[in-house]
Design a protein around this ligand. Structure first.
Ligand code: PDD
Length: 279
């Protein structure tokens, strides 16, 4: 497993042999986008939704998608051959231009890199995590899954220094999302999540939760969540590929609800696991 090949610009290589130019715009400017796609038992999860989001991210930064849906499938297949639970990390940058210049270069092919890695066990999924509310210091383009993640990195690190496993970000008194997740809260018996118009990433796990809440008859709405409402929520969750759906049981050193993953999380997690198995 250690010697699993990675994909770089049309070739499968040992990771030690996968090199890019120091002039790559991903390296120089963070000029690129990415996707993280789980594959359960070797099958890509919500593949079309991830690829639709990739299309949107690429369009937002004016890079043409270098491959069709079926070509992407073909590129990922050799990385997933062992049929275990893994995820694909895919990164596309604007490529390596002959010189460093902020302007988009002409006639430069994008750099395409993909690897697969085992989905690590996440024992905290059962017990819940501690999270910390921090001011959302990110930019205006959070709907793009951009590799430009310095603000997210700093926020995640700051949360960790307070003992939190995630930062819940607050802008103008309202929740946006986590540093690498979307946020849900159960308030007055309704499952709420901030709307995409609040300038957040359209998480694929979020999309699945909204879909299965409806089929599972869990009352659910996309609605702005104030910090005050978050603090009185019966349940708070974060959601992302890899971590899936995780209850926040402690927020800013205070217990959420009774300090354990709540009943709505239990139901949703059951529905989500069943959905995973069936897809
Ligand atoms: N991040 N919001 C942000 C800012 C994220 O970085 C992520 C995921 C999500 C959830 O999206 P999804 O459900 O599609 O994973 C929301 C990935 C996992 C990462 O950066 O590693």
């Amino acid at each position: 497993m250690a010697n699993k090949p990675v994909y770089l610009n049309g070739r499968y290589l040992p990771i030690e042999d996968a090199h890019i130019s120091v002039l790559d715009r991903g390296f120089l400017f963070g000029d690129g986008v990415y996707e993280v796609i789980p594959a359960y038992r070797g099958r890509l999860f919500e593949f079309e939704a991830h690829m639709a989001r990739l299309d949107n991210s690429l369009a937002c930064i004016h890079i043409g998608n270098p491959h069709s849906l079926e070509e992407w499938r073909g590129i990922f297949a050799p990385l997933l051959e062992d049929g275990t639970d893994q995820y694909i990390y895919l990164q596309i940058t604007r490529g390596a231009a002959p010189k460093r210049d902020h302007l988009f270069p002409e006639h430069v092919a994008p750099t395409v890199f993909a690897l697969s890695a085992a989905i690590p066990p996440y024992p905290a999924r059962g017990t819940g995590i501690k999270a910390v509310c921090l001011e959302d210091s990110r930019w205006e383009h959070c709907h793009i899954k951009a590799i430009t993640l310095l603000a997210n990195v700093l926020l995640r690190q700051e949360a960790s220094e307070y003992g939190g496993a995630e930062a819940i970000l607050i802008k103008n008194g309202f929740v946006t999302e986590g540093s690498s997740s979307n946020v849900f809260a159960v308030i007055d018996g309704v499952l709420l999540t901030p709307p995409l118009s609040d300038g957040i990433l359209s998480g694929i796990t979020r999309q699945v939760i909204l879909k299965i809440a409806e089929t599972g008859h869990i009352p659910c709405r996309e609605q702005a969540i104030s910090i005050e409402d978050l603090k009185r929520a019966d349940e708070v969750w974060i959601a992302s590929s890899i971590r899936e759906i995780v209850a926040v049981v402690e927020l800013d050193d205070l217990p959420v609800g009774d300090g354990k993953p709540g009943p709505v999380w239990q139901s949703m997690n059951r529905l989500f696991q069943a959905y995973k198995q069936s897809s």
